[in-house]
Design a protein around this ligand. Structure first.
Ligand SMILES: Nc1nc2c(c(=O)[nH]1)N[C@H]1C(S)=C(S)[C@@H](COP(=O)(O)OP(=O)(O)OC[C@H]3O[C@@H](n4cnc5c(=O)[nH]c(N)nc54)[C@H](O)[C@@H]3O)O[C@H]1N2
Ligand SMILES: Nc1nc2c(c(=O)[nH]1)N[C@H]1C(S)=C(S)[C@@H](COP(=O)(O)OP(=O)(O)OC[C@H]3O[C@@H](n4cnc5c(=O)[nH]c(N)nc54)[C@H](O)[C@@H]3O)O[C@H]1N2
Ligand code: SF4
Ligand SMILES: [Mo]
Length: 774
């Protein structure tokens, strides 16, 4: 566990400290200015081996995000229906009793674990949740992945046998980038960790490369491109399938080094035969000739990469689209080659095994109780959380059996805003026997908790990017210790997680360092038994004694680095990586550009890339049917279709409380094309009512030609009007919750991911509130 807090420094001492930014996936190195214990400034760290000084407006506001006065400084426990300040001991007593009561009465699956996005931005979120799930023995796991990237995990699982083997575009070297449903100029990129993504796109064009952006909105990224295709929402899978069809038809496939590593090429050729450009052009609203050109250019480019994100993922055919992205990379020989799409090798990955057949990837090993949704990667759809709580009864065959979920552990998760139908979830959470939130804010979700356990602000936490280094465009490793000591009475988030695990496993009150010790024992035990690993046959106790680090999490990081692909192997590979090296290099250790790695990452049963896995082949007829019936987006039949958007100065549901990041174009408006606005009698700035299957919301219209006709756009993460929160700034201009328009039933069937883009809505002009002049 973390060392005891150092004595607070004197208020007048001004110093700087490095801190990797946790506010988006770009993981920029920052230099914080610290006055006393307050972060008063942040600038890009020019010496950072990866980000080289880049910073965005969010990173520059690190100090105000960190020092938000609405952050909770100590735990809250519900007494007589009211959340009141309590000691950590009281809080964990309440957690232990609350969880125990539900597990004893209803069984482990009656405890739902909900993991939100910031878990991938904290060390705690990477190191402890798997242990929590094991301690509870629950399979009721819901995460932000099923409102985000689960389609990519499923497609990678099926293609490569490993749900985490996700190829990333080689941004620094590619000659040709086809980008679908992503707006990295605002989002700074996702499943492609690249500080200064916009600069990399500009550099690509400056070196003579080409950029094509496919997006129903003319985004800031689209404006940087050589070509922007304003596709009809929800139809990317059709576009990509047609490109694959053209590659086959025009004999443009050139698998190169991949030729002997794939199976199913002929089957794939027949599977996409019907998706000709001429067949899909009407649905996609992209000319057939353009689709052919896209395919030919992809084939002709010296190197090229296809990359798709949110807008091609959280849609009806998200898994098919995610798969087809890699299919195109494979068919053009661009997978696993420099300038194409490569598999990063992160320093905390397991040391590479010899290539060969693996266990493969299974889907639907169990099902959710109420909805019968198949699990994907061990998770159930976040969109189904509400029904798992509020629907009584037993599950069907293969379903979890413990009856409704009666307790929820929500860690860094605000599903009332980020998942479909927040009103229903709101009621469901309120009905629970027990709920605990690990969250710095009392917000739309944590207000339902019986216990709120607040982590300290990011300046008080050490940081290592376990998750994002797996998707980074350059291999590197960086660690920043806490920049400011813990405040009196605060608890490190790693310790909060460890104590939660103890409470969940009936060991409440034990020393939390026992959790790290158990994790170390288990990992080292496996490592010494592994004949291919660097420590085979050694004594785990001897290895544990060699670990360095001032805290349990540091020792675990040291262990993972030393066992990893660049590690010192506990002496087996002198000069290799360990925590010491990272501490000695506060700006990071560069591990070089992405390099070809196949066949080593493959874990399919065949040991090859399985181009047309059965679940995907089984989903293609659904795509064909939608094409025939014109169901892939209703704007073909005259209705409006809703898509989302992100703003550079936002972050999902939790950054609207920072004054410096608000205002300007960062507003919760409904973007609508002038032609649609005219037709509906909607004027710029006037309120409109938007109606979807799950409910209605009202927002000001923003009439703009940047959305294509037939499409409207609302951002997510807004709707801060609910009582009982402590978000004083956000509540003053709450915006509306776009996810209230959804009823939670629209899912990509293979991945259980909510359809958040391309959903039919009705828009009407709302009567403006009467303005009375006094
Ligand atoms: N309509 C629509 N809905 C969407 C999306 C969309 O594009 N459109 N995007 C989806 C996507 S991609 C995602 S990832 C989800 C995100 O949605 P969530 O998973 O809910 O994540 P956030 O809203 O980022 O933050 C969740 C909570 O984490 C807390 N938090 C912040 N920092 C920390 C920390 O250091 N520790 C802890 N313990 N908690 C912290 C915040 O206070 C907040 O309550 O939203 C999804 N919802
Ligand atoms: N500033 C900021 N940065 C963020 C976040 C944030 O909230 N704010 N969130 C972070 C998170 S959790 C994530 S997952 C990433 C996401 O990062 P991105 O994937 O870049 O997400 P968005 O910026 O929402 O861009 C998605 C784009 O898809 C388009 N789109 C919608 N429907 C379709 C469609 O059917 N087809 C196509 N081709 N395009 C479509 C939308 O118009 C939008 O421009 O961003 C991360 N970074
Ligand atoms: S781009 Fe992302 S990681 Fe970099 S400074 Fe901005 S918010 Fe932080
Ligand atoms: Mo996300």
């Amino acid at each position: 566990m973390p060392a005891a807090p150092e004595a607070a420094r004197t208020a007048d001492s001004v110093r700087t400290a490095p801190r990797i930014c946790p506010l988006c996936e770009a993981t920029c190195g920052l230099t914080l200015t610290i006055e006393g214990t307050r972060v008063t400034g942040a600038r890009g760290d020019r010496d950072d081996v990866f980000s080289r000084g880049f910073i965005c407006p969010k990173g520059a506001s690190f100090g105000t995000v960190d020092g938000d006065p609405d952050r909770l400084t100590g735990p809250l426990v519900r007494r007589d229906g009211v959340l009141r300040e309590a000691t950590w001991e009281e809080a964990f007593d309440a957690v232990a009793a609350g969880l125990r009561g539900v597990v004893d009465a209803y069984g482990p699956h009656a405890v739902g674990v909900v993991l939100g996005n910031p878990n991938v931005h904290t060390m705690a979120g990477a190191l402890y949740p798997p242990l929590l799930l094991a301690a509870l023995g629950t399979r009721s796991l819901f995460t932000a992945s099923t409102v985000d990237q689960m389609p990519k995990h499923v497609s990678s699982g099926l293609l490569f046998g490993d749900a985490h083997a996700i190829p990333v575009p080689d941004l620094d070297h590619t000659d040709h980038l086809l980008l679908l449903g992503a707006n990295p100029v605002e989002s700074n990129g996702s499943l492609c960790t690249a500080p200064d993504f916009p600069g990399k796109l500009k550099a690509l064009r400056a070196r003579g490369g080409t950029l094509t952006v496919v997006d129903p909105r003319r985004t800031r990224t689209a404006r940087l491109a050589d070509r922007h295709l304003a596709i009809r929402p929800g139809t990317d899978a059709l576009l990509l399938a047609a490109m694959a069809q053209v590659l086959f038809e025009e004999k443009l496939t050139a698998l190169g080094a991949l030729t002997d590593q794939v199976e199913g090429l002929d089957e794939l050729r027949s599977a996409v035969r019907e998706f000709t450009p001429e067949a899909v052009t009407g649905a996609c609203d992209v000319p057939a000739g353009t689709i052919r050109e896209l395919a030919r250019e992809l084939a002709a480019a010296p190197t090229a990469a296809v990359y798709g994100r949110i807008g091609s993922s959280t849609v009806s055919f998200g898994t098919l689209a995610s798969w087809l992205v890699d299919v195109l990379n494979i068919l053009t020989g661009n997978l696993d080659r420099p300038g194409g799409a490569l598999f990063p090798q992160s320093a905390t990955d397991k040391a590479p095994r010899p290539a060969g057949p693996g266990k493969g990837f299974a889907l639907g090993r169990w099902r959710s109780r109420a909805g019968g949704h198949p699990e994907a990667k061990g998770e159930l759809p976040l969109a189904a959380l509400a029904e798992e709580i509020d629907t009584p009864g037993e599950g069907g065959p293969g379903a979890l059996t413990d009856g409704p979920i009666r307790a929820v552990i929500a860690i860094a998760a605000n599903p009332v805003l980020s998942a479909p139908d927040g009103d229903r979830l709101d009621r469901a959470l309120e009905s629970l026997d027990f709920m605990v939130s690990v969250d710095p804010y009392l917000n739309e979700t944590s207000r339902h908790a019986h216990v709120v356990l607040p982590p300290p602000p990011p300046s008080r936490s050490a940081h290592y990017d376990f998750a994002f280094n797996m998707f980074a465009v350059r291999n590197q490793a960086r660690y920043t210790p806490a920049a400011v000591p813990l405040d009196p009475g605060a608890m490190d988030e790693t310790e909060i997680h460890a104590r939660l695990i103890l409470a969940a496993s009936g060991m409440h009150g034990a020393d939390p360092s026992a959790v790290d010790a158990l994790a170390v024992d288990s990992t080292l035990g496996k490592a010494v038994a592994d004949p291919h690993g660097p420590v085979h046959g050694r004594d785990p106790k001897e290895l544990a004694a060699l670990l360095t680090g001032a805290s349990g999490p540091e020792r675990r990081l040291d262990m993972m680095l030393r066992l990893g692909p660049y590690g010192d192997g506990f002496g087996a590979r002198p000069g290799g990586l360990g925590l010491d090296r990272l501490l000695a290099h506060p700006h990071g250790v560069d591990l070089g550009p992405l390099r070809p790695r196949l066949p080593q990452p493959l874990k399919t049963r065949s040991g090859r890339i399985e181009l047309l896995p059965a679940p995907l082949a089984g989903d293609l007829p659904r795509l064909a049917r939608a094409l025939r019936e014109g169901r892939e987006g209703t704007d073909r039949t005259g209705g409006l279709v809703l898509v989302g958007r992100r703003h550079l100065r936002s972050n999902n549901s939790w950054m609207h409380n920072v004054p410096a990041l608000r205002g300007g174009s960062n507003r919760c408006t409904l973007q609508i094309h002038p032609a649609d606005a005219d037709r509906l009698g909607v004027t710029d700035g006037a309120p409109v009512r938007i109606k979807g299957a799950g409910g209605e919301v009202e927002a000001p219209a923003e009439v703009t030609a940047s959305v294509r006709p037939g499409v409207v756009s609302l951002p997510h993460g807004w709707g801060h009007h609910r009582p009982g929160t402590r978000l004083r700034v956000a509540a003053a201009d709450p915006g509306v919750n776009v996810n209230q328009l959804l009823d939670g039933t629209l899912l990509d069937p293979l991945s259980g991911t909510a359809v958040l883009n391309g959903i039919p809505v009705e828009v009407t002009a709302a009567t403006a509130p009467t303005i009375t002049t006094l």
